[in-house]
Design a binder for this molecule. Sequence first.
Ligand SMILES: [Zn+2]
Length: 184
Amino acid sequence: MSKASSAELPKTVDPYRLAEHNSDLEGEIPVRALSRFGDAVLGYDEGAVCHVKLQFYMDSERRRIVSGELEAQVKLECQRCMGAMVSLLTSRFVLGLVTSDEQAQRLPKDLEPFLTDDFSADLWSMVEDELLLVLPPYPLHERDECPAKEDLEAYEPDNASAEPEKRPGDNPFSVLAGLKNTKH
Ligand SMILES: [Zn+2]
């Protein structure tokens, strides 16, 4: 997506009116304004934004729909080395606009409900929910980029079978044990 368009995505809109007019919206949301999401990630650059494109329309059943895509770059905690990793989160979604749980129940299975008031919806909150949904539960660096990859290789079954006989030097703990022994 282009960095040229830096307009802020409107926060509150009438999504039903937008759907009836087949409107498109595109813009950015400062990540610092999304506090639930901000708390769920390790960090983000000063000035980081979530870029959002939305299409509002009516489907063949005259349901009001918002579909869209988003993209945000944040830092997550690699669960192998516990270090920071830069991650580009992206999502595509199609939501059916509803004003009650009863309407939500009637949506077909492939449409997630977006619960709104009669004439207004908080788009920032909707985008924040979508971001939280695409957060990986177990983020990991690419293997070659992870500072902990050598630890990992030491315990890999593949390596173990390639060299079945353990030598004292292979394992840092046995080296420590050896040092301890020399002291006594
Ligand atoms: Zn890592």
